[in-house]
Design a protein around this ligand. Structure first.
Ligand SMILES: Nc1ncnc2c1ncn2[C@@H]1O[C@H](COP(=O)(O)OP(=O)(O)OP(=O)(O)O)[C@@H](O)[C@H]1O
Length: 892
């Protein structure tokens, strides 16, 4: 808390000032050492939220503290905690949870500073990404524990942190802790371990009224304290916006694909930086890879910039935050990893390179500037079409907002523009037709959208959920552009209906459906990245749309009948091995003609979309092609995916989306020796997970050369995340099985959840297989990247084996030819998969054929799959998945 200069600052906005200055000495009586600590930090007078909250919290009430960003909420729990602390007792007395490690560290630093004169104060942070052994030492005599939920849970489970004497439980950024399922689970679990009689305090700047009920679980009776500008007793809810922040929107011309927007947005960014004096700046983007790209671009233009994102080493992340807060870095490009909580008093400029995923994220992001009443500016760079509309929707749900539109051509320093020279962002137009996606709750909210409502009601009267005739009739008489728009609207409406009928996962909601019209493998967005359909789910979806269900059922039976099990070792008990035969999926592919109301999807796509593609939308197609890194012809002429084309990267998304095992990175074992090894040797000693050396690992390194956006799609957020580095988890269903969230959101960058440590806990872990914490460490932040990294490690471990297999290596040096024609077997060993190959193993394990199968299909520790069959199977899968995905998209 670098606050020493605040006490001298009289030019602060009124939202951090009380009418009559209230010195802390009026509130904190009989605690001279704490007052001394406060005063040493420059904290003399309390802010409105502190004046309001401190007495009630000090009195021991369960309390909800809600106030704008940067108005001093941290002290509302730090001071009471220090007051109640029994310094002569070494046991744990307070637990504080925060959704990001960086926030946890910052809170701990605040305790240390304010409590600097308290003899024997022991306040420690416990966060993932740091050695548990060190934490265990720290936990021995810790009085106040601040940490991320995963690590705290782990230490409690291991009884390293002893909680029987805990008197208060504090949840900072509580809305985040409760919107992330993974966090929520941990918080609940931690709460159950704590004594019933304790004080609970929850804190945030963005508590949704509708979410308040969750607190009933944790607090029987509580007091809500809100901060208000000018008057803490204001009857109305205070504005959520910091008074000191001037907000702007800067538009760029909309183009069809996100990637093409980036250069234009970069130009806009440079333009803003050039025309606005600033002390420190944070630039937010929704995409993990953009963080680095934007940072590099800025460095190319001689700006001193750092970047931070969830896949960096924890120690580096902490250093980067430290560089920011100690004013060593001028510009920090970030994901939503630091959208919340991070306090750097010199940040006076925040720039959003993309539309934030929800109003809370927007508030928290811009709240990084204007700390404690300082002045600052916030810019959001958007395309002038879809992004702008989405932004308006997001913003519309916040009252008292005033945002200015920046002119396209900035002709003078931005601050020289008079108020009347800048247009106000018109929030009342253009937004009526768009359903708002509530990323928090995964539901769609209407915004006076009567038209859609009417249509829905009308359609609900019939049995049909989605009438393709609607599309046909609507598009036929219109121009192609209008048709396209109409079609997109219909797709959105249909999506809504499907959601209402629980037929698709809500997290599939995304604003952009247009790609499906042009791209046989639709561009995946961050939401999709985290969506996991089981095969059963997919079959259900198909079933729901397949009027010829009997045919489908028959084909399924045929498929099952044809599926065979093979073992490399004759001795291997057959019921313990599962081999998928190529026919299985071929049959599925051939027979499961996906239909929507008797209209074959392919036909539909062909009839509806091809004309669009072939006419004036060719440009758009080209853009999509550019983005997809695929040839135009392949889109137009061949709706199937070529297994050897360079879309491999995007298939990774599909694996994630549909839980398809990715065999492309497996390496066949060496025939003789390995098989002998498998069949004869002590199998528990076998450590030969045969991953193909070049494919995934090289793919990973080569990804850098891919179009950034393409790769971004795998990473986004997590969305907040995180947050959306929230992405990080959650290949584990149990952990984050719903999280777009890992869309989080829009992911992007909030990891914390599923801290590795928790996974050592067998009972409560996301996945018991994740017992090896160090390995799991590596898997945090970004599952996709980490998976690759870990695979790479694995390859290195098996380097000798790989080296021996020269022909194999030769084959695999060609990245585009990762489908081996050698008739090698692949085996993968369950042990080897534990942490490193988890998604892969899970996928395999989850691919259970229905129980009617005569053979008892189970995964064996040493499953051996014929490689050629696997390739065929995989290729069939890809084709099938392409169709299903297209179908799912269209059905939405
Ligand atoms: N009474 C005070 N006097 C002077 N400075 C203060 C006071 N209280 C807090 N500050 C300073 O204000 C800044 C913001 O405080 P804090 O981080 O607690 O805000 P917050 O409300 O928790 O923000 P966020 O919601 O973004 O986490 C910090 O730099 C802190 O040092």
């Amino acid at each position: 808390m670098p606050a020493s200069e605040y006490s001298k600052d009289t030019d602060r906005t009124t939202d951090v000032q009380t009418h009559d200055e209230t010195p802390f000495s009026d509130i904190v009586t009989d605690h001279p050492l704490i007052l001394k600590g406060l005063s040493d930090c420059g904290f003399i007078n309390a802010s409105p939220i502190q004046v309001a909250a401190l007495p009630t919290i000090i009195a021991g009430n369960d309390t909800i503290v809600e106030a704008k960003n940067g108005t001093g909420k941290t002290l509302t729990f730090v001071i009471p905690t220090l007051i109640r602390l029994k310094l002569d007792q070494d046991h744990l007395q307070t637990i504080i949870l925060a959704p990001t490690r960086e926030i946890a560290v910052q809170i701990q630093q605040c305790f240390k500073k304010v409590g600097q004169h308290l003899p024997g104060l022991k306040c420690e942070y416990f966060i993932g990404g740091t050695p548990v052994d060190v934490d265990k030492q720290k936990a021995k005599s810790c009085q106040i524990a601040v940490g991320s939920p995963g690590r705290i849970k782990h230490l409690l489970n291991e009884h390293v942190l002893k909680c029987s004497e805990v008197k208060s439980f504090i949840l900072d950024e509580v809305d985040k802790l409760f919107t992330d399922k993974c966090f929520t689970k941990d918080v609940r679990l931690i709460d159950t371990k704590l004594p019933k009689l304790k004080q609970t305090i929850v804190v945030s700047a963005s508590i949704d009224k509708n979410d308040m009920s969750v607190f009933d679980e944790f607090m029987k009776e509580y007091i809500i304290v809100k901060g208000a500008e000018e008057d803490m007793n204001a009857l109305q809810d205070p504005s959520k916006f910091l008074l000191g922040i001037q907000q702007y929107v800067a538009c760029v011309k909309a183009v069809s694909t996100n990637i093409i927007l980036l250069p234009a947005k970069n130009v806009r960014l440079l333009n803003i930086l050039k025309n606005l004096p600033f002390t420190q700046c944070i630039i937010f983007t929704n995409y993990m890879t953009r963080v680095e790209a934007v940072c590099n671009m800025l460095r190319d233009h001689n700006y001193k910039a750092d970047y931070i994102r969830g896949d960096q080493d924890q120690s580096i992340r902490l250093k980067l935050v430290d560089r920011l807060t100690s004013f060593k870095s001028k510009i920090l490009v970030a994901t939503d990893l630091i959208a919340r909580g991070i306090d750097s008093s010199n940040v006076d400029l925040v720039i959003n390179m993309d539309c934030p995923h929800d109003w809370a994220t927007y508030l928290h992001r811009i709240g990084r500037a204007g700390r404690f009443g300082n002045k600052g500016n916030a810019f959001t760079i958007l395309d002038d079409d879809k992004e702008l509309k989405t932004f308006k929707h997001i913003i519309n749900s916040i009252e008292s907002i005033k945002i200015k539109m920046l002119p396209i051509a900035i002709t003078k320093p931005i601050l020289e523009y008079a108020d009347n020279e800048l247009e106000d962002l018109n929030l009342t137009t253009e937004t009526e037709m768009l359903p708002i996606q509530d990323t928090k709750n995964g539901i769609t909210k209407e915004n006076g959208n009567n038209l859609i409502e009417e249509n829905l009601n009308k359609d609900n009267e019939s049995d049909s959920i989605f009438s393709t005739n609607d599309i046909e009739s609507n598009v036929s008489s219109l121009s192609e552009k209008e048709s396209l728009q109409k079609l997109c609207e219909l797709v959105k409406e249909t999506e809504k209906k499907l959601i209402e009928n629980n037929m698709v996962d809500k997290r599939h909601l995304t604003d952009d459906r247009s790609y499906v019209l042009f791209d046989p493998e639709p561009l995946l967005d961050s939401t999709d990245q985290y969506t996991k359909y089981s095969i059963e789910d997919l079959l259900d979806i198909i079933k729901n749309y397949d009027s010829d269900f009997e045919k489908y059922e028959a084909s399924k039976k045929l498929m099952l009948k044809n599926s065979t099990l093979q073992t490399v070792s004759e001795n291997e008990p057959s019921n313990k091995n599962q081999i998928f035969e190529n026919n299985d999926l071929k049959n599925l592919s051939n027979t499961t003609d996906i239909k929507m109301n008797n209209i074959n999807t392919d036909q539909l796509l062909e009839s509806q979309h091809k004309p669009l593609i072939n006419c004036e939308n060719e440009k758009l197609v080209n853009e999509v092609c550019l983005e997809s890194n695929i040839s135009n012809e392949s889109i137009i002429d061949d709706p199937k995916i070529d297994v050897n084309n360079s879309q491999q990267l995007r298939f990774t998304n599909i694996y994630s989306l549909f839980q398809i095992p990715d065999f492309s990175f497996l390496k066949p074992v060496q025939h003789d020796s390995e098989f002998a090894h498998l069949t004869n040797a002590n199998k528990s000693d076998v450590s030969t997970m045969m991953c193909e050396k070049s494919s995934k690992a090289e793919e990973f390194s080569e990804e850098k050369n891919y179009d950034e956006e393409e790769y971004c799609n795998e990473e986004e957020s997590c969305g907040e995340e995180e947050y959306y580095d929230e992405e990080e988890y959650c290949e584990e269903e149990e952990c984050c099985d719903e999280e777009e969230y890992c869309e989080e959101e829009e992911c992007c960058d909030e990891e914390e959840c599923c801290d590795e440590e928790e996974c050592s806990d067998e009972e409560d872990s996301c996945n018991e297989e994740y017992c090896d914490e160090d390995k799991y460490h590596d898997e945090q932040e970004n599952p996709n990247e980490k998976e690759y990294c870990d695979n790479k490690k694995l390859y290195e471990e098996d380097i000798d084996l790989v080296a021996e297999n020269k022909s194999f290596d030769e084959h695999y040096t060609n990245k585009n030819c990762f489908y081996n024609h050698n008739n090698h077997g692949i085996h993968f060993e369950k042990d080897s998969c534990k942490s490193k190959q988890k998604p892969f193993c899970n996928n395999i394990q989850k691919y259970n054929f229905p129980k009617t199968e005569e053979k008892n299909i189970e995964i064996n520790d040493h499953q051996v799959v014929d490689y050629e069959i696997l390739n065929d199977w995989y290729s069939q899968w890809k084709q099938q998945m392409n169709r299903i995905q297209t179908f799912v998209r269209m059905s939405k």
